[in-house]
Design a protein around this ligand. Structure first.
Ligand code: GRF
Length: 205
């Protein structure tokens, strides 16, 4: 499976996917990384790994649709058949989401459907949650919604700050995203009534 990754920033999840794809026998190959920001730190991870990169700045386009169409073209030109969003901070147009329906994953730092959107760590702490975590899901038009492929729970500890909780969740994200991508790339995930049915062992390595 040829994947393209969409990023906007630091790119630590991108790095975990690059490392996973480089491992022998991993069922996906990364052929393109697109960032909407030229200064996204993650672009360097791709360059270091010899993966082609493209910067498509949303500021260069009048509409979300026009911006998304350029990304879509770049993905198709690169032969991408599956998209992974990894800290991509733009809302995607319905048109783009439909074009890549069931062929696009996203990672979110909460146990969805709780805490969609932003400021998830502070919100989980404020709500007094005792666990939080991360979710990899298929992308749908509504933000942070879509069939859940995999989740990892982590504890929320006394005295946690948004930063300490974020760091604990991020560590889990770096294992979860490659795991979820592997499940999908191995053809073990079927979407039935907007829920993922997964074949075989789903333990996160
Ligand atoms: C991650 O926490 C991810 O779940 C969220 O944005 C953050 C991106 O971090 N969508 P990075 O750019 O992958 O380091």
């Amino acid at each position: 499976m040829k994947i393209g990754v969409l990023i906007s920033g630091r790119g630590s999840n991108l790095k975990s996917l690059i490392d996973a794809c480089a491992a022998p026998g991993f069922p996906a190959e990364m052929v393109l990384v697109i960032s909407n920001k030229a200064d996204a730190g993650g672009l360097q991870f791709a360059r270091d790994a010899g993966i082609p990169t493209r910067v498509v700045s949303h500021r260069d386009y009048d509409s979300r649709e026009a911006f998304d169409r350029v990304m879509d073209e770049a993905l198709r030109e690169a032969g991408v058949d599956f998209v992974c969003s990894a800290g991509f901070m733009r809302i995607l147009s319905d048109e783009f989401v439909e074009k890549w329906r069931d062929r696009q994953l996203n990672i979110h730092p909460s146990l969805l459907p709780s805490f969609k959107g932003l400021n998830v760590y502070a919100r989980a702490i404020e709500a007094g949650c005792k666990i939080s975590g991360c979710t990899v899901h298929f992308v749908r038009a509504a933000m942070d919604e879509g069939p859940i492929v995999a989740q990892t729970a982590v504890p929320v500890l006394e005295g946690d700050t948004p930063e300490t909780l974020a760091a604990r969740i991020l560590e889990a994200e770096h294992k979860l995203y490659p795991h979820a991508l592997r499940l999908v790339a191995e053809g073990r995930v079927t979407i039935v009534d907007e829920r993922c049915v997964i074949e075989g062992d789903t333990t996160v390595a």
